[in-house]
Design a protein around this ligand. Structure first.
Ligand SMILES: NC(=O)C1=CN([C@@H]2O[C@H](COP(=O)(O)OP(=O)(O)OC[C@H]3O[C@@H](n4cnc5c(N)ncnc54)[C@H](O)[C@@H]3O)[C@@H](O)[C@H]2O)C=CC1
Ligand SMILES: O=C(O)C(=O)COP(=O)(O)O
Length: 599
């Protein structure tokens, strides 16, 4: 085993004013490198969502009606299959041929859909806000990104809420039906006024706050309940945030605007109806599931609830003989909240852009099941993303047998303040590099943590804080795998782990350390690592063996512990050498061990 030697401090290649706080623990050896030709760098998507090898146009299945402008955008980039009203079985059959799926609220994207896709489905686009019809856990487990269109239908939903509020208060729907039936019932349809009444907005997000703003304009006194909404945002539009019980006990009208989650499921039920002011009126343009519909029928029958105006139902469409729908005091619309011409065009564009971006490997800012990393941060991290994946790939290929990886430590050396460096993307890409070479799983930012956990791989992260100016986000990244044997003994560091370290130079990832040896080779193509007794002519010998088989050498670098002692040579090659060629390298007398690693 090579012993650490700090005679040549390559630390000088860190920014000149840097000091490495753990330098005493990170032994250094000398290295020199020979560049045979300038390196090429292919453009790569930042975070790959689409299965590797997808050269043809991707296929997008649009399972519900989408605005023309969105379809046009999709067609510029992908084959678009518009198939509406698919049965669950038909969807499962089709999905294995699709890279992306776009739905609205009418399609259930279940675990079976992800399983049936057999790994091809990489993006689900929800052309709207609520993602309760998508099995997010299953999507994440399958590495499928879910994106939504959270802003384009806000006003439409708010306007529909206000339309239902006013229509309910003045019996518009019931009176209309009565007139059309030939009746003239002016006394029967006397309504109630909105002005001066208290409206409780439940869920003070995008839609809720727009409803509140409009209701204020109608002269209503507006209160709101939302455990997560900032009080100053409410105050800014003259709305008081109150507790749940106070909201429902005070309100003359209640308008629901929270998402359907396990916490909001059947939030309005027998118990909560009992706490309401007698004669309260309820509007629901959120989700049917937030109300226990049987309890609402009881509350309507007993007069606790005077009227309800509902756009959404637990089961859509509801049963034709549903007591709730047939109730005289209920106004119902068929989930029309987002259905304006304007909102549908907007939503279609918003979702098409997000899906196309994701298929291109960009991270959508509307990603629902992936970490939100601002695009400027992603752009800056791009070369480090590449470095991270390749270090993971190298490290795992150095493990004897490739398996048994359980404990991985990643160290980032950076002069940035800890909260100024978002390492989630880097960690995900190291995980991708560690897992993909030894399995058939496709790993991406969406499923990286899940996949690592499922395989019992514990990845810990550590920071080395450097002094100096934090121009580049990361000075170097180190990946260590503990408690494993290596196919290349020299990759084991003094502390007993497989260790590889790399940095980004001029935008290109480089391998800078293997075990205790310093090397310097750009991470492109593939790499041969050789341990040898340092002596003149070694580069020539190995180079000529490779040359005989026309294997192009892009870089060579030798790291040694001392002149004429053991050295590790890293050779970057464009093509994979044949077994015979590798054997010949192994037969060079001074070569003690070698390994071929694919990037
Ligand atoms: N009927 C329709 O066509 C439409 C329905 N929607 C529904 O409206 C919902 C809200 O949409 P946005 O306002 O755009 O979403 P949003 O995410 O901006 O707002 C939701 C708000 O609900 C709050 N919330 C979460 N849990 C809560 C709880 N237990 N109690 C009270 N508030 C809670 C959140 O803090 C958030 O402020 C969507 O989730 C969707 O289900 C949205 C658009 C159209
Ligand atoms: O955006 C939402 O959450 C909606 O409920 C709208 O649903 P839709 O797209 O009209 O089926």
């Amino acid at each position: 085993m090579a012993t650490a030697h700090s005679q040549t401090l390559r630390i000088s290649s860190l920014s000149s004013s840097s000091s490495l706080s753990l330098s005493s623990k990170l032994p250094l050896s000398s290295a020199f490198s020979v560049s045979f030709r300038s390196s090429r760098r292919a453009a790569r998507p930042l975070v790959v969502f689409v299965s590797a090898g997808l050269d043809a146009k991707p296929t997008v299945l649009v399972a519900e009606k989408l605005g023309e402008a969105g379809l046009k955008l999709l067609k510029e980039f992908a084959n678009v299959d518009c198939s509406y009203n698919l049965s669950p079985e038909e969807l499962c059959t089709k999905i294995s041929l699709c890279d992306a799926l776009i739905v609205r609220s009418g399609t259930k994207v279940t675990r079976e859909v992800f399983e049936s896709s057999a790994g091809r489905l990489k993006v689900v686009g929800r052309a709207g806000v609520g993602i309760d019809n998508v099995d997010l856990a299953a999507a994440t487990e399958h590495g499928c990104l879910v994106v939504n269109a959270p802003t384009a239908n806000t006003v439409a939903a708010a306007e529909h809420g206000i339309a239902l509020l006013a229509a309910m208060a003045r019996n518009v729907a019931q009176a209309d039906a009565s007139v059309k039936a030939g009746k003239w019932q002016r006394n029967k349809y006397v309504g109630v006024s909105l002005v001066g009444k208290t409206l409780a907005v439940m869920g003070f997000g995008k839609v809720g706050s727009e409803v509140a703003r409009r209701a204020k304009g109608l002269g209503m006194n507006v209160i709101a309940h939302d455990p997560y909404a900032p009080a100053d945002r409410a105050r800014a539009i003259g709305v008081e945030l109150v507790g749940f019980d106070e909201a429902i006990a005070t309100a003359d009208f209640i308008s629901l605007h929270m998402p359907l989650t396990p916490a909001t499921n059947k939030m309005l039920n027998d118990e909560t109806f009992a706490k309401m002011k007698k004669g309260v009126r309820i509007v629901n343009v959120a989700r049917g599931g937030v109300i226990d519909e049987d309890a609402l029928v009881r509350a309507l029958d007993s007069g606790i609830v005077a009227q309800a105006a509902l756009d959404v139902f637990t089961v859509e469409p509801p049963a034709k003989d549903s007591k709730l729908i047939m109730h005289e005091q209920v106004t119902a619309t068929p989930h029309l909240g987002a259905s304006t011409m304007e909102a549908q065009e907007g939503v279609a564009i918003e979702i098409a852009e997000a899906v196309v971006g994701a298929l291109k490997g960009e991270l959508a800012s509307t990603a629902v099941n992936a970490p939100m990393v601002p695009s400027e941060v992603l752009t800056e991290l791009q070369p480090y993303v590449d470095l991270a994946e390749k270090l993971g790939r190298l490290a795992v290929q150095l493990v004897a047998g490739g398996s048994g990886v359980k404990t991985v430590k990643v160290t980032y050396a950076s002069a940035r303040a800890p909260d100024d460096l978002d390492t989630r993307v880097l960690r995900a890409m190291i995980t991708k590099g560690l897992i993909e070479p030894i399995s058939s799983v496709f790993v991406n930012l969406v499923n990286a943590d899940f996949t690592a956990k499922q395989r019992g791989i514990r990845i810990t992260e550590e920071r080395i804080i450097l002094d100096g100016s934090p121009e580049s986000p990361v000075e170097f990244v180190q990946v260590q795998i503990a408690n494993v044997e290596s196919r290349f003994a020299s990759a084991i560091s003094d502390s007993g782990e497989i260790k590889v370290e790399g940095k980004v130079k001029d935008g290109i990832p480089h391998l800078t350390k293997v075990g205790s040896f310093d090397v310097d080779v750009s991470l492109e193509g593939s790499i041969i690592l050789c341990r040898q007794v340092d002596q003149p002519g070694m580069i020539g010998k190995v180079g000529s063996v490779l040359g005989q088989e026309n294997v192009n050498v892009s870089f060579m670098s030798v790291g040694r512990i001392a002149p004429r002692k053991q050295a590790v040579m890293a050779i970057g090659v464009d093509e994979q050498p044949s077994k015979d060629t590798l054997k010949k390298i192994g037969e060079i007398p001074a070569v003690e061990e070698f390994v071929f690693l694919k990037l």
